[in-house]
Design a protein around this ligand. Structure first.
Ligand code: ATP
Ligand code: MG
Length: 392
């Protein structure tokens, strides 16, 4: 019988409140797997055993289940394994042929054995040697390579059963979504903010999104892009609420009444103020952005002082010290890169100043802001469009 061993990551180290994290993670896993049919869940030794019930055990279904398990924060490793009786003869008889698919195309392998059940008559060393020998006999084209094998076969003798796994995969890590409260992501259509959302969800936050549009300067297609990002991110983050707010009037007000070089920083303060209002009304504990120091004019230390001054809650900036290459690597890994690089305009690019001020003084910015009509900010936070993604 093929099953999944879903092994805990960081939460295995938790003390008294481990149960809370564990329960939340199992809930998140069930939510991800439920559309694929029936599974039973059993936990022991910092591992969740996930067993498909009849119809769910088809190969294509298990492939999809594996893919989904790799998106659940809190898991350190995912092992699709053959569950066997704790009898060495049976382990060889059924376990060796099970490895065929993975081993026919490999050149080298090694066996890693672990005997948690000390009552089992062979120790780990003996298991590695004997089982490795049996594999070699069945697949004589292979070589044993202890240092960098193509395939590492894991053989575990546990309290309940024995398990053979030819492909241990690294889990998504982090801690389960929903164990750290909720925060609001300022989501543009760019590369950085979806990565920021992913990174904070990985720290257990439930994330919802706030996106600013500026019709008619931004098109419906820019919105569709942000919706696709939410859809994609919900694979990791669970249910996501997307709040869309129209920023056009506030933006035109800035354009018409303030020097062009201050436009970016004033716009960012407007965004932050609206976000803070929404956080207050809907009980978010922080705002998350995709800012990275020095990347563009609005992200110089001086500009960040001005943005933070408009915030009355913490602003989490998980990519603050990362360069574009590092951020892009994560975007590719989580599948947001292809969406983020679709060529649709964002409200920030609509009235971009030719030479934005790199070191805006907070006092100047606050003084200029007095020229603006506060009603625009007040009003746009009352006109919210809400969509939900990743619902069951
Ligand atoms: P990104 O790749 O995330 O768009 P960026 O490098 O383009 O970032 P900016 O355009 O300066 O940087 O935006 C900085 C941050 O401000 C973004 O990471 C995002 O959190 C927020 N932001 C920018 N534009 C919008 C928008 N239209 N709606 C909501 N948030 C936005
Ligand atoms: Mg942007």
């Amino acid at each position: 019988m093929e099953i999944f061993m879903a092994k805990y990551g960081e939460i295995a180290l938790k003390g008294n409140n481990k149960r809370l994290f564990e329960e939340r993670m199992i809930k998140n896993i069930k939510r991800r797997l439920s559309p694929l049919g029936g599974f039973t869940y059993e936990r022991a030794q910092s591992t969740l055993y996930i067993t498909p019930v009849s119809g769910a055990s088809e190969n294509a279904n298990l492939n999809e289940a594996e893919r989904r398990l790799l998106t659940v924060f809190g898991l350190g490793a995912v092992q699709r394994s053959l569950s066997l009786p704790k009898d060495y003869g049976e382990i060889v008889r059924l376990g060796v042929p099970y490895l065929e698919n993975k081993l026919v195309s490999a050149k080298s392998f090694k066996v890693e054995a672990k005997r948690a059940d000390k009552a089992f008559p062979m120790n780990s060393m003996e298991l590695m040697r004997e089982f490795g020998g049996a594999v070699l006999e069945a697949f004589p084209h292979l070589k044993v390579d202890l240092h960098s094998p193509d395939v590492t076969v894991h053989l575990e003798i546990r309290d309940n059963n024995a398990f053979v796994c030819p492909n241990r995969l690294q889990g998504a890590g982090g801690i389960p979504v929903g164990t750290s409260g909720k925060a609001l992501v300022l989501l543009s259509g760019g590369i950085d903010s979806p990565v920021a959302a992913y990174m904070m969800a990985k720290r257990g936050l439930t994330v919802d999104m706030l996106h600013f549009q500026s019709p008619p300067y931004t098109s419906e297609r820019a919105l569709i892009k942000v919706e696709s990002l939410c859809e994609k991110l919900s694979e990791y983050c669970g249910e996501i609420r997307l709040f869309c707010i129209n920023l056009t009037e506030a933006q035109e007000d800035i354009r018409d009444n303030c020097p062009e070089e201050f436009m970016t920083v004033l716009l960012r303060r407007a965004m932050m103020k609206i976000a803070m209002k929404l956080c207050g009304e809907r009980h978010y504990s922080a705002v998350i952005t995709g800012e990275s120091v020095g990347q563009v004019a609005s992200q110089t230390p001086a500009a960040i002082i001005c943005t933070d001054d408009a915030a009355n809650l913490p602003v989490y900036r998980p990519v603050i010290g990362m360069d574009k290459i590092e951020i892009t690597a994560i975007a590719r890994k989580i599948g947001t890169f292809e969406i983020s690089t679709l060529p649709y305009e964002d409200c920030c690019t609509v009235f971009t100043p030719r030479r934005p001020k790199l070191k805006p003084l907070l006092s100047d910015v606050q003084r200029l802001e007095k020229r603006l009509n506060p009603a625009f900010i007040q009003d746009c936070s009352e006109n919210i469009n809400i969509k939900i993604f990743g619902q069951l």
